[in-house]
Design a protein around this ligand. Structure first.
Ligand code: C5P
Length: 215
């Protein structure tokens, strides 16, 4: 039996990251948030004062990304996410990161990867593909509440505008745009909390595994 690979894609703040972590825990799989790899490139460019739109510099930064050393806290900053979606349009950067992500997907015990192009480009042969969405309004509200819960201040209108801008950049780019793979299971979490989403995802995974005789 080949190890289980789960691909999860979706827009910013759709809940795909939390879902990916929960599924990885539950099925005892390694987990990679591929957004962190794009964030790591952006962070390095920002830290060195290198331009975000220069291919040679971005390629050098992408080569330096070490999957074993991605620090979520330094990469979480809003500005890093914005910059990440800019470097993510550079095909040469994507090629380098995708290669590292594919190596991770081959983890002997199986893996969950989440991002924008996992089901379409990184792991087209994944056992299970989930496309997680929610309306832009719901995603903005979630992000807003999360920031406030952590003691921060946030403007809902600004967050919504931001999310819409990021969606446009991610779905509109020529190389590997965000879109559901043809064989992805759609999971709209607009009306679901994380427990409900987790349960729905488990049902999908268990169903697919049962059909394939993997469980
Ligand atoms: O998911 P996260 O917000 O961390 O991703 C940051 C940016 O990295 C996204 O807006 C997207 O442009 C890019 N990205 C990508 N492909 C992935 C993961 C992230 O292009 N697989």
């Amino acid at each position: 039996n080949t190890p289980l690979v789960i691909a999860i894609d979706g827009p910013a703040a759709s809940g795909k990251g939390t879902l990916a972590r929960r599924l990885a825990d539950y099925y005892h799989l390694a987990h990679l948030d591929t957004g962190l790899t794009y964030r790591a490139v952006a962070h390095l460019l920002l830290a060195r004062g290198w331009p975000l739109d220069d291919t040679a510099h971005a390629v050098e930064a992408a080569r330096l990304v070490d999957l074993g050393n991605l620090d979520r806290s330094t990469l979480a900053a809003h500005a890093v996410g914005e910059a990440a979606s800019k470097v993510a349009v550079i095909p040469e950067v994507r090629r380098i990161l995708v290669e590292k992500q594919r190596a991770f997907a081959n983890t002997p015990g199986g893996a969950v990867l989440d991002g924008r192009d996992i089901g379409t480009v990184v792991c087209p042969n994944a056992d299970v593909k989930l496309y997680v969405t929610a309306s832009a309004e719901v995603r903005a509200k979630r992000r807003h509440d999360e920031i406030e819960a952590n003691g921060g201040q946030a403007d809902l209108g600004e967050i919504l505008a931001d999310i819409r801008r990021r969606d446009e950049r991610d779905t509109g780019r020529a190389d590997s745009p965000l879109k559901p793979a043809v064989d992805a299971h759609l999971l709209d979490t607009s009306e679901m909390d994380i427990e409900a989403a987790f349960l729905a995802a488990r049902t999908i995974v268990d169903d697919v595994m049962a059909t394939r005789g993997k469980i």
